[in-house]
Ligand binder design. Structure first.
Ligand SMILES: [Zn+2]
Length: 161
């Protein structure tokens, strides 16, 4: 794998754009920097972006090159430095000592934990919801209801990520 490919895999488009000060709206669009517009028409994907207004876009490296008027190799170097990826022409596989990558790994672990909790709560909710109809003991039923209320509240506060 060469350094461009590594960068594209390591740095999500979203992170790169936020790093360069772009605001991504809820629909996943930003204001295109390559033509004047009031409504964001540049769609942000996992590892690229594309403007439905003017057709500009690219991946992390080519977008950065275009934005700062650089060659692709210079853009790759810029990203490498700014994100502390510690890559070089002879080392295209990242080492673990990059703060950015450590942060990314942490975020990934947290997300996995969150999803696991979300799924567990979903299962619990379903089981309680069915079980409460068959429960004869009023005390147990009250307990189940209060847990259901709590879960409902939790789902209201936390959306699937
Ligand atoms: Zn555009």
């Amino acid at each position: 794998m060469n350094i461009y490919e590594t960068i594209k895999q390591l740095v999500p488009m979203r992170d790169l754009l936020e790093h360069y000060g772009f605001e991504i709206n809820r629909a996943g669009f930003i204001n295109c920097p390559f033509h004047t517009e009031d409504t964001p028409s540049m769609k942000v994907y996992e590892s690229s972006c594309y403007c439905f207004g003017c057709g500009a876009g690219g991946d992390a490296v080519s977008f950065t090159a275009k934005l700062f008027n650089l060659r692709n190799s210079q853009a790759a170097l810029k990203i490498n430095n700014e994100f502390g990826l510690n890559l070089s022409s002879s080392r295209t596989v990242p080492t673990a000592n990059s703060p950015y990558l450590r942060e990314q790994a942490k975020k990934k672990t947290e997300l996995e934990k969150y999803r696991k909790e979300y799924n567990q709560k979903t299962t619990e909710f379903r089981e309680l919801f069915c079980g409460i109809k068959k429960e004869a003991d009023p005390w147990k039923m009250a307990e189940m209801q209060s847990r259901l209320d709590y879960l409902e509240y939790w789902f209201g506060e936390n959306e699937w990520r």
